[in-house]
Design a protein around this ligand. Structure first.
Ligand SMILES: Nc1ncnc2c1ncn2[C@@H]1O[C@H](COP(=O)(O)OP(=O)(O)OP(=O)(O)O)[C@@H](O)[C@H]1O
Length: 695
């Protein structure tokens, strides 16, 4: 494959300091440098100047002329390097240069993004260009349309398109496919004049399972078009797509190099890893956010000192970096985000923070609102999110990213970090690794994502960890919903961790789960059968005299419903007990209900044995049923599962949270399958993991 131009920014140190942005852009050339046939038109140059884009970035300098020479392109460039303008500018040029201007409903360009958020962001980049072009009377009028699920019902989209038409579509794959299918024989939109197709974050489009949707879309588009694949990480999976969708593509790779060699993260981004056991991580994050305390964690490893001794010397304190102003904290599950939503506001160290929470299970409107609130929030602000916020989001004021857990998909690591240190600004990213997870830092190095180790005094977190555990536990005692959210989040976390793609590094059996449960302020240790973990035997509930069955929901309506259910259950069991006694039943009592009388035929030991046997059989049956259902392509649904109420009031026997999670997982998988099969109104929502709780 031909490499038309391979850019390489100079050493990292060159880009540090307040002039970083200017220095970097200055290297990349003037917008006016292209000569015909690639020279940019006056109105486009004017808009670039109006928007303050005075110079090109390397990826723009390399990609724009190729596109304008009518080449297909595969573009790989680090996060925040300006890929969006690298396709928006040539799209506009191609459409403006047409001999025959596009009519109202002739589509000249389609941009596909994996998520609604990214599609809206690209649409926002495009809009000011179109507005400015409108002011030129002699130019053809170009219109654009945002097509994503959750934005409007599909029928409304169709009606609007019929009425107004469009020339440029920015879409997520599901909704676009839906519209193209309903478009029939070009009744509403005419695709014959399509000049350009762009697939942004192309590897993500594939990893989200859109390959068959993309294939259907490609099949409906004219072959005589230019196609571009853009991403910060180009994976092998893209090769297949490029084979079917692109013709003899040129490849643009914008590399970053520092003293250590090539890297896949921007030079302005300081990526560090911090040794922190799981139980300590929230404390570490809170200190970082509130004190910018990574300055204390100077790397003393080279001179052989240990973590414990690596405290800043009182006589020569290092210049403390200021606390981060706008940060994103990445978690691996939606349930964990929901749990922190309940408790984080009560942490005194974060009282000045504006806190925001985002995950892929939130409704579209909530996601959009959260993002814009976070974007506009005054500093300090924190967004707690799953990987739904890992790709492409461009919030320039984000200066720090913390990853409480390394991402399930290793390719996501660089994308998460890349939300900070964008376009020449300095940024910091930290990931926390337990001792057993050390190998991950080497793994990242191999993947060309260099991470610098920073050390700290582990004991410095102990106090805050206990303090946070206490706060979370107290919040849980005020509302059953918080207690349940904590239980759910913990189970989901254990499950996600046990299914990590890098299972040779991340092993649940190495995690001190009891310490973690305490640090999370759990009121009890959730029962989780079937997961390979350290014993939970030593877990001491934080409040020994708290009866969980009496813990009420903060929401009176919900609590009333729970009380009603409890009452009904009590009545039902009284009724069944009296039915048994009045029938004078002399048969063998069921293992569960039998209460051995002293000296009776049933010894306690015998009863226990019976119970164990029954449980074993029950589990065996359940496993069989699940295996059978899976083999038949079903969802492994079993009968007789407990509701969350029945578990927590302690009346559910051997049903537990694990089963609740299994149920959620089955439902999520089912929903996901249905979503894919129907290719309905939903689009590239990031709720893409194998278990329902993930992002
Ligand atoms: N030529 C330029 N001059 C100055 N700023 C620019 C230029 N081009 C893009 N930017 C700014 O750089 C930021 C990053 O751009 P963009 O979102 O296109 O990056 P990206 O490469 O797509 O990143 P990601 O891979 O994370 O999606 C944006 O805020 C954008 O406005």
């Amino acid at each position: 494959m031909k490499r038309p131009r391979e850019e390489s920014t100079s050493k990292k140190s060159v880009h540090h300091g307040p002039d970083a942005k200017r220095a970097r852009v200055a290297e990349s050339g003037e917008w006016t440098e292209f000569k015909d046939p690639c020279g940019l038109s006056q109105p486009v140059l004017e808009t670039l100047a109006l928007l303050g884009f005075t110079q090109m970035t390397p990826v723009q300098a390399a990609t724009i002329p190729l596109f304008l020479k009518r080449k297909d392109v595969i573009v790989e460039a680090v996060t925040g390097s300006g890929k969006t303008l690298a396709f928006v500018v040539p799209i506009l040029e191609m459409l403006l240069r047409r001999e025959q201007p596009l009519s109202r409903n002739e589509v000249g360009a389609i941009i596909i993004s994996p998520t609604r958020e990214l599609a809206s962001q690209t649409f926002t980049v495009l809009t000011p260009f179109l507005r400015h072009l409108e002011s030129h009377e002699n130019l053809p009028k170009l219109t654009s349309f945002l097509l994503t699920g959750g934005h409007r019902p599909v029928d409304q989209d169709l009606a609007l398109l019929r009425e107004e038409g469009t020339n440029i579509i920015v879409a997520t794959p599901g909704r676009l496919d839906d519209i193209l299918e309903r478009n029939g024989k070009n009744e509403i939109l005419k695709l014959g004049e399509l000049e350009v197709l762009v697939m942004d974050e192309a590897d993500r489009l594939l990893s989200l399972g859109f390959s068959s949707t993309l294939a259907k879309i490609l099949a409906r588009l004219p072959k005589q078009r230019r196609t571009g694949l853009f991403s910060a990480t180009v994976t092998d999976a893209l090769t297949e797509l490029s084979r079917t969708g692109l013709r003899n593509p040129a490849r643009v790779v914008v590399k970053v190099a520092d003293a250590q060699g090539e890297r896949k993260t921007p030079a302005e981004l300081d990526v560090m890893w911090v040794r922190a056991e799981h139980a300590d991580r929230m404390a570490a994050v809170v200190r970082w956010l509130s004190e910018g305390c990574i300055s204390e964690w100077e790397d003393q490893q080279q001179d052989g000192t240990t973590d414990e001794t690596s405290v800043t010397s009182p006589t020569s304190p290092p210049p403390p970096p200021p606390p981060p102003q706008k940060s994103i904290l990445y978690l691996s599950t939606c349930a964990h985000v929901d749990f922190l939503r309940h408790v984080l506001a009560k942490v005194p160290q974060l009282s000045s923070f504006s806190l925001h929470f985002l995950h892929g299970r939130m409704p579209h409107s909530g996601r959009t609102r959260t993002l814009s609130q976070f974007t506009l929030a005054p500093a300090p602000a924190l967004l707690v999110a799953t990987d739904v916020a890992a790709r492409g989001l461009d919030i320039p004021s984000v200066d720090a990213v913390a990853q409480l857990d390394p991402p399930m998909d290793p390719a996501q690591f660089a994308h998460r970090c890349g939300r900070a240190g964008r376009q020449g600004r300095q940024g910091r990213a930290a990931v926390f690794l337990a001792e057993a997870e050390d190998a991950y830092s080497e793994f990242l190095g191999v993947r060309k994502v260099p991470v610098r180790r920073v050390c700290f005094q582990p004991s410095s977190f102990a106090k805050l960890r206990d303090e946070l555990g206490g706060i979370f536990a107290r919040v849980a005692t005020t509302d059953r919903a918080v207690h349940e959210a904590g239980q759910r989040a913990f189970v989901a976390w254990c499950r996600a961790y046990s299914e990590h793609q890098l299972s040779y590094i991340f092993r649940l059996k190495d995690v001190e789960v009891v310490d973690m449960a305490k640090a999370w302020g759990l009121l009890k240790f959730p029962k989780m059968s079937g997961l390979p973990m350290k014993s939970s035997g030593s877990f001491q509930p934080p409040f020994s005299n708290l009866r969980l069955s009496s813990l009420a929901y903060g929401d009176p309506v919900r609590e009333k419903a729970r009380q009603k259910k409890l009452e009904e259950r009590t009545k039902a069991s009284v009724a069944s007990a009296s039915a048994v006694s009045s029938s004078g039943c002399t048969g063998k009592p069921s293992a569960k209900n039998a209460h051995p009388k002293p000296g009776g035929a049933w010894s306690l030991q015998k009863e226990r044995k019976e119970r164990r046997k029954e449980r074993r059989e029950k589990k065996g049956r359940k496993r069989e049923a699940i295996a059978k259902a899976r083999a038949n392509g079903g969802d492994g649904k079993t009968k007789g599962r407990a509701t969350s109420e029945s578990k927590d009031d302690g009346s559910s026997g051997d049903e537990n949270e694990w089963e609740e999670l299994q149920r959620e997982e089955r439902e999520a998988k089912k929903a996901k399958r249905a979503k894919k099969e129907k290719l309905v109104t939903e689009d590239g929502d990031d709720s893409d993991s194998s278990i329902g709780e993930l992002s």
